[in-house]
Structure formats: structure tokens, C-alpha cells
Ligand binder design. Structure first.
Ligand code: PMP
Length: 388
């Protein structure tokens, strides 16, 4: 059934401010509405079919409705979607994450934002300090404590707890540590920050941050909410850098809401209800078995060979786009088109049949074949010609 083109946006504007309930999916005048997804293709309310290179902002490793995930989710759902008791599913996902990352203790929540909130809370509890160092233009979710400086609605007193430094600037980092190091609970870093341009942070800078945080007794929190898909144990594993805490989300829920914090026994023991200095953290839907089991299934289907295949597809596409003169960045299965006017480009891509992120982010899925990726490249080039 086709829906009249303007019916949904009009209904939306009558009940949602500006018709929107999720800032990240807004494109003016209003975005198209999704109706269904199958593999790497999404169909919208007007029957337009697009290659999904957004994958719900990088979270769908296997595209839409992957058979094994649909089966495990429906089977789990049929036995109850949430309980006021733990289930085996949370142990199973934590075991998988431990085996992939080497981090030995885990705690689940419902989003990447919550994972970052938890990591910051536990870092502050463990160090008994309050300041956080983070980097310009890196996005860590919508929690007050980590949003952009001077974000409307965030109290000055919260902002003062953050020291925001230029990306990968060793001298600025050292100066900040000299001044504030003794009061810094954690340094929060994304190894390839999307909003800052999706460029991998230089390894020597990351090693430097690791050494300095140890020196000053601050914790290193590596935010892998987006970058976890880039390696079996995330991008951090490729860097070979040890984290005191890591935050995950997106791909580890198999398409369902999820977040997680992982860390060493020593740090994570702050969450132990039988221990001292307990950090109490609830979450009605945290570790619900549908997210846990769908996530575990998605990860099992994403072993080393699939990680490598997907990254190789991304590397090929990035190279082909670069060879055509397009400014691109990223690593492996994550690509960013560095465009001047993201809205114009987003619509040009969409008309050519490619769904991207609103800032030009392209995330591949295992549902894509070599031929799909070749076709996506052709369409991206056509869109680039159309939008200039
Ligand atoms: N950290 C990073 C690096 C992110 O990219 C995001 C979201 N894109 C978040 C945290 C927040 O995750 P969520 O949207 O699930 O709250």
C-alpha cells in the first residue's frame, strides 16, 4: 500500500515538534519515511528503493531482517521480552564481548549515550575526581556531561567539568594535563570521530594519551560505539591500546536498543552490589533478552572473515571514490563523503538510490555483495555530479 506523499510529514508536524523525534534523521524540508528493509535495500513510503548505506547510523551489521536475527528475536520475544530478573542472555553477550575484546567485566544499558554516562560515572566514582578531558567535535551521545561546549540547556556548572582539547594535539594535551591532570577522572576518546571528519586518530597520539593518563591516575575511556565494527575486538584492538573502560552500542544489539560498558575487574568492581563504594545503576529495559540474544547472534555472524570482507569492500569503495576526485575519509566499512553542503548531497544520493547519514556517512553491511558495492559507487558518483 502506498501512502499519500505528504500525509505522514503533515501528521508528524501535528504531534512532534517540527515533525521530528530524532534530530539525527532530520533533513529539510522533511525526510522520507521508511516502510520496510530487506538485506541492503530500504523501501520508503513512496515506493522508492534505496541501497541502505546508513544502516541505522552504522548499527546494522547485516542490513535488514537477516534471517538468523529475525529467528532468534522472535523466538526470544515469544518467551517474554523483559523480566524483573536477569536472564542467561546477558551472560552470553558479556562472554562474547570478553572473548572479542579481552576486557573482563561488562555492564549493559540501552544506548551508546547511556554507556558513556555509565563510564563517566564509574570513572568519577573510582578516581574520586570530577573532570573529564575530551576532544573537539567528537560526539559521544546526548548526555549533558559530554555534549558540545555551550550546548543550549546544559548548565554552566556541568560544562565546567569538561576540558575540551583540539584533536590529536600532543602539546595541548600535555599542557591540559599539567594544569588539570590531578583532577581528571577520565580522558574520553573516539579513535575515529565521525563528526570530526572520520579520520583515524594518529597512533602515537593515542599511545601518548595512554602513557599520560597512567602517569596522572586518570582513566582512559575509549568510545567504540561506532568503531567497534572495524575489528573483531574493535578499532582499539587494531591500535593495541589498553583501555580502562570502553563504551559500546549500536552493532552489539543486532538492530535492537543497546549499550555496554566494559573494563577491567578493578575498575568495574565499583558496580558490584556486594562490594564497597557501589555505583547503583538500574535501567528497566537494560539487558533485555531480545537485545542481548539478537546482539549475540549478530556478532557470531561477524567473525574475522566477515569483518575482513566488509572492511575490504569499504576500502575498495573509498579508493574508487577518491580516484574519482571525491573527498573521502574513514577506514574499512565506514566511509565519509566530506561534502560542503550535506543536505544537497544527502538528497542527491537519495534520488540516485543511496541512503547515507545526514553528514555524508556511509556504512556498509554484510548483506552487500561486490556487485552491490560497485553499483553504490556508480550511484555516489552520479549524485556527486548532480549536486555540484
Ligand atoms: N558515542 C559515539 C562515538 C557515537 O557515535 C554515538 C552515536 N552515534 C554515541 C556515543 C551515542 O549513542 P546512541 O545514539 O546509541 O545514544
Amino acid at each position: 500500500m502506498r501512502i499519500a506523499p505528504d500525509e505522514l510529514p503533515e501528521r508528524a508536524r501535528a504531534v512532534l515538534p517540527g515533525g521530528n523525534t530524532r534530530s539525527t534523521v532530520f533533513v529539510p524540508p522533511h525526510p522520507p519515511y521508511a516502510v520496510a528493509g530487506e538485506g541492503c535495500v530500504v523501501t520508503d513510503a513512496q515506493g522508492h528503493r534505496v541501497y541502505d548505506c546508513n544502516n541505522n547510523y552504522t548499527s546494522l551489521l547485516h542490513g535488514h531482517a537477516r534471517r538468523e536475527i529475525v529467528e532468534v528475536a522472535t523466538e526470544t520475544l515469544a518467551r517474554g521480552s523483559a523480566f524483573g530478573l536477569p536472564t542467561e542472555s546477558e551472560i552470553e553477550l558479556a562472554e562474547l564481548l570478553r572473548d572479542r575484546t579481552g576486557l573482563t567485566r561488562w555492564r549493559f544499558c540501552n544506548s551508546g549515550t547511556e554507556a558513556v554516562m555509565m563510564a563517566v560515572r564509574v570513572a568519577r566514582a573510582v578516581t574520586e575526581r570530577s573532570r573529564i578531558i575530551r576532544f573537539e567535535a567528537s560526539y559521544h551521545g546526548t548526555y549533558d556531561g559530554v555534549v558540545a561546549a555551550s550546548a543550549t540547556g546544559v548548565p554552566g556548572a556541568v560544562e565546567e567539568q569538561s576540558v575540551i582539547l583540539p584533536q590529536a594535539d600532543g602539546a595541548a594535551f600535555d599542557a591540559a594535563m599539567r594544569q588539570h591532570g590531578h583532577e581528571v577522572a577520565a580522558v574520553l576518546i573516539d579513535l575515529m570521530p565521525n563528526r570530526a571528519g572520520l579520520r583515524p586518530v594518529p597512533r602515537d597520539f593515542v599511545d601518548h594519551v595512554r602513557a599520560r593518563t597512567r602517569e596522572y591516575g586518570s582513566l582512559l575511556v575509549v568510545d567504540e560505539v561506532i568503531t567497534f565494527r572495524l575489528g573483531v575486538g574493535g578499532l582499539r584492538q587494531r591500535y593495541g591500546v589498553a583501555a580502562d573502560l570502553t563504551t559500546l552500542g549500536k552493532v552489539i544489539g543486532g538492530g535492537f536498543p543497546v549499550g555496554a560498558v566494559g573494563g577491567s575487574v578493578d575498575v568495574m568492581k565499583a558496580f558490584d552490589p556486594l562490594g564497597d563504594g557501589v555505583v547503583s545503576w538500574g535501567g528497566t529495559f537494560s539487558a533485555n533478552p531480545v537485545s542481548m540474544r539478537a546482539g549475540a547472534t549478530a556478532l557470531r555472524l561477524y567473525g574475522k572473515s566477515e569483518v575482513d570482507r566488509l572492511n575490504a569492500l569499504g576500502d575498495r569503495l573509498r579508493q574508487e571514490l577518491a580516484d574519482s576526485g571525491l573527498p573521502v575519509s574513514g577506514f574499512g566499512s565506514l566511509i565519509r563523503l566530506l561534502v560542503d553542503d550535506p543536505t544537497v548531497t544527502w538528497w542527491a544520493l537519495y534520488r540516485e538510490g543511496v541512503l547515507a547519514g545526514t553528514n555524508g556517512l556511509l556504512a556498509l553491511s554484510t548483506a552487500m555483495t561486490d556487485d552491490d558495492v560497485t553499483e553504490i559507487g556508480t550511484r555516489v558518483r552520479a549524485a556527486a555530479r548532480a549536486s555540484t
